[in-house]
Design a protein around this ligand. Sequence first.
Ligand SMILES: [Zn+2]
Length: 884
Amino acid sequence: MKKGAVSKTVYREKYTPFAWNLDDVELRFDIDPDSTRVVSVLRMKRNPAAQPDSDIRLDGQQMELLSIAMNDRDLTAEEYSKDEDRLIIHNAPDACTLTIEVLIKPQENTALEGLYLSGDFLLTQCEAEGFRKITYFPDRPDVMTRFEVTITADQRRYPVLLSNGNIVNSGQLEGGRHWVRWMDPFVKPSYLFALVAGDLAHLEDHFITSSGRDVTLRVYVEHENIDRCDFAMKSLINSMNWDEERFDLEYDLDIYNIVATNDFNMGAMENKSLNIFNSKYVLARPDTATDSDYQGIEGVIGHEYFHNWTGNRVTCRDWFQLTLKEGLTVFRDQEFSSDMQSRAVKRIRDARDLRSRQFPEDAGPMSHPIRPDRYIEVNNFYTMTVYQKGAAIIRMYHKLLGEDGFQKGMKLYFERHDGQAVTCDDFLSAMSDANGVDLSLFGRWYGQSGTPEVTASCDYDAEKASFTLHLSQHTPPTNNQQDKLALLIPFEVGLLSPAGEEYPLQLLEEESAPATSRLLLLEQEEQSFTFINIPVRPVPSLLRDFSAPVKLHYSYSVSDLTVLMAHDSDAFVRWEAAQLLAQGEILGNQLGQPQTEELQLDQGLVEAFRTLLQDRHTDPALLAEAMILPGEEYLGEQMAEVDVDGIHAARRYVKRCLADTLRPLFMSRYKELNDAAPYDNSSASMARRSLKNVCLSYLLETEDGADLAQAQLSSSDNMTDSLAALLGLVWSGAAAAGPALEEFEQRWRNDALVMDKWFVIQATKPDPDTVRIVRSLLDHHAFSINNPNKVRSLIGAFAMANPTGFHVVDGSGYSFHADQVIALDALNPQVAARMAAAFNPWNRYDKSRRSLMKAELERISTVDGLSPDVFEIVSTALGMEKPE
Ligand SMILES: [Zn+2]
């Protein structure tokens, strides 16, 4: 947008249906990377359900209009008008056929929205509003229609021509060109349109659905990557099976294609029957991909596949409803991963992710409800809040209704809305009606931003053997939303005896004790729950399974935490107990203290770690999670003003003390897990590797570490172990780090995805000098500011995952980052806006850092021609002054 122009805000309340229905659309593409011709034939009819409008208003940007005809007659200049964003056909009859011919330039498209070039092939990305860069169209999710797509291209250069649905015809043309026609029998909005043209290899498999449909599955990649598709294919088949078994949902076409590209703004896109994926979430081989890459691929392949029902068959009425498809589908992919791997580990990782990334977003300038009320640029609302908090809210429906009730609700949702574009309220009604329960109070979660805080306290009456739990809730005001209402919070609890046995839970008004774990419903500001027949003062086990996305305040004693950590049947609470012990030590005991060489720690934490290291029964992946100290960003969140350097020093000190005190135990566990067994990617092997590498990270704080890491790096047969060792060497500043980085680079210099990891390791090294290294890496041959994965690996990792480096006291990290945001904005506003968000928490820091960050935000905001994407982020951040 031009400097000084007024940004246009869109409001949810102002929704009106489109004045026209689109019976169907024919699209004809004449492919050429310099100049692709697109002809569209739109058959329109007045929409009787909408406000009458004599004009047809179509969205369109950055294209050249060649011709426009209505019912085969060219329109005269007076019969239509157009500006930068729109084409308006005046005085249209009640029904008509529009034929529009435009030219677009894929080669010049650096924003990666619409039709663009990746390597030698062409592809599309249309969600949310990319289709308007392909042709003039009602580019909104509530206009659904059938698409017929004909693609013509040079056969040698573009042998593969893909779109949605099924191939209905194809043929040869003169001059070495060929054409293919695709027809998608399902109605869909334009954001689900996709096209791919290129010379790609593919891996093929088949899936027979429960009703006997034989579906051809293909994964398309550039030729050199064909040996890295097996796991993606396996994950797709597992997803299809799982959705039939768990949700009774079957695939509905004869073809399912996945295409991988190195140039993609997001993770992946669920276009009907033609998913387009960031190659990061497709390509994997043991020597190139880590265990977390494999888990990411399984989760994202599942996610996009599950969208076929939750997103494609039933879609969103408008983009304010984005969480309708995303929150629900993230919940579904979380459940899929939980059923495929370890449910407990998945739950802990998702909870940690939500707390360390979504909670800060919800407390910052861009705080918004999962269903926002307004936006300037919709791309800025593909957020942790809409996705991850959205999924947490779907998970609460599941907690409240149980699996059977939840599935009943899903069934009714599809019965009512298949083929429609609907709202979050429609989903809530289906859940409510199917179960005969009133969920209106629960509905408040959709409209309220901010993280609710639940404070717990308790009374024990020894005489009556009764235990009363008092819960109160409070949601702090957030930017743009001051007044908060009480929410319905499902709060799962247990009570443990001091010896760790779980008491049956009988509420005062009940006849019997149904279980040892109970879901309490906190609906008011304050409520109390009294349990009887509790013979000894118990240790409360609170917010089991992280049953609601809230912050819990309860003063556990160290001995309470030790009991929970050792005995609780709930994995989340066990993990949380270990985290709280560590957090107490870091923030409570060590922060701001002069750290002596004596390495003195609270014995509670040392003993807790000793127990974890000696535990041979618990899943090693859970032990690993428990021993990962709370992250610096999360610890910073717990403070009124983030003490960047203090947190780093205190956390490092605690880690060193633990490593030093328990060195023999870390060593023996490491050696025991570092066996010579060849690599496999079973859940059990991944768990062992995760614990082994956590032990290594502690040992790297001792003098043994560098040798162990070097030995692991040279003997490893898989990327998980290699990368953990390399990262350990680099971060610990070992002498071997330089040569190891060089050797790694030599080996992988032509592998884009592996080089991303090489950038991340260097960009996240906690060191004040890292900004200098990151700056020099901008010139590395493997880096390109045009490629979103590279930007995220170097610039994004530095600004968002390296507090010590980014917040270096002279402000050089900030000015470097602002330079990158400005450079990126001219190329790819969507990615630039993501990067700009690194400054969002600026007012959480000390005065000097605050003013340095604010100055950079102001510098960005005055750039000529700033995109609405970055404008929205930066102006919102600047609007949030620190209350002095
Ligand atoms: Zn999605």
